[in-house]
Design a protein around this ligand. Structure first.
Ligand code: DX5
Ligand code: ZN
Length: 214
């Protein structure tokens, strides 16, 4: 059982609501929202007001991936906007434990994303407090990049870390370069939340693209 999360980074930004409704009809399970601030990553997307405006266009859960500095300043706004999952970057959080508490206190599920060069062991102290580990399989900032193969091993390590902590409820998400060619390896390694931007929104037949990931 996998959860397919199309990333609207590769959608037509002039028609976001229609694009979300289109992938919902075509089998998506969750909508992945990439917040970028032009500081943590060299790209800028959208923030809480846009997410709030999009909330009523779909019943699917919203999965916010915060590629921003000071992610703690966005948490309350995201909760009020109706977001279900919030993932912060380990590299952006000086006080990761506190941010994770803040996300849960706001009534959302909390995850931590790891850049390709950040080791899984950096999460060993907080493994018991996580609802999700997001393994980045590209360097964050842009859609359509090539999958980094060593991310597969990090998915296995993340799975082992959660098992060791007795945290069987947490899920592993993978983001970047996930497509029909790379998907089997990430599923075999233990990822169940699959983010796909270009592989879904760039496909001529989006229903077939989602089905092939599943
Ligand atoms: C990249 C974003 C991804 C992006 C993935 O920084 O976090 O969610 O949309 O795009 P694809 O699937 O095209 O690699
Ligand atoms: Zn993302």
């Amino acid at each position: 059982m996998v959860t397919i999360c199309p990333s609207i980074l590769s959608a037509d930004f002039s028609r976001l609501a229609e694009e979300i409704q289109d992938v919902e009809r075509k089998g998506a399970d969750c909508i992945h929202l990439d917040l970028m601030d032009g500081h943590f990553v060299p790209n800028l997307t959208f923030g809480v007001p846009v997410i709030k405006a999009l909330r009523s266009c779909t019943k699917l859960p919203f999965d916010a991936h915060l590629m921003v500095e000071h992610p703690e300043t966005y948490i309350d706004g995201l909760a009020a906007a109706g977001v279900q999952y919030v993932t912060v970057h380990q590299e952006a959080c000086v006080h990761l434990d506190r941010v994770l508490q803040q996300i849960r206190e706001a009534g959302m599920k909390g995850g931590v994303a790891l850049n390709p060069a950040t080791p899984v062991s950096s999460l060993s102290c907080v493994a018991g407090q996580l609802d999700m580990i997001l393994i980045m399989s590209v360097n964050p900032g842009f859609g359509g990049q090539k999958f980094i193969p060593y991310a597969v091993d990090k998915i296995r390590q993340a799975k082992a870390l959660l098992e060791q902590a007795g945290n069987t409820a947490a899920v592993i998400e993978v983001d970047g370069g996930v497509n029909a060619k790379t998907v089997q390896a990430v599923k075999d390694a233990g990822a169940t939340f699959l983010v796909a931007g270009s592989a879904v929104f760039g496909a001529e037949d989006r229903a077939a693209a989602i089905a092939s990931l599943r």
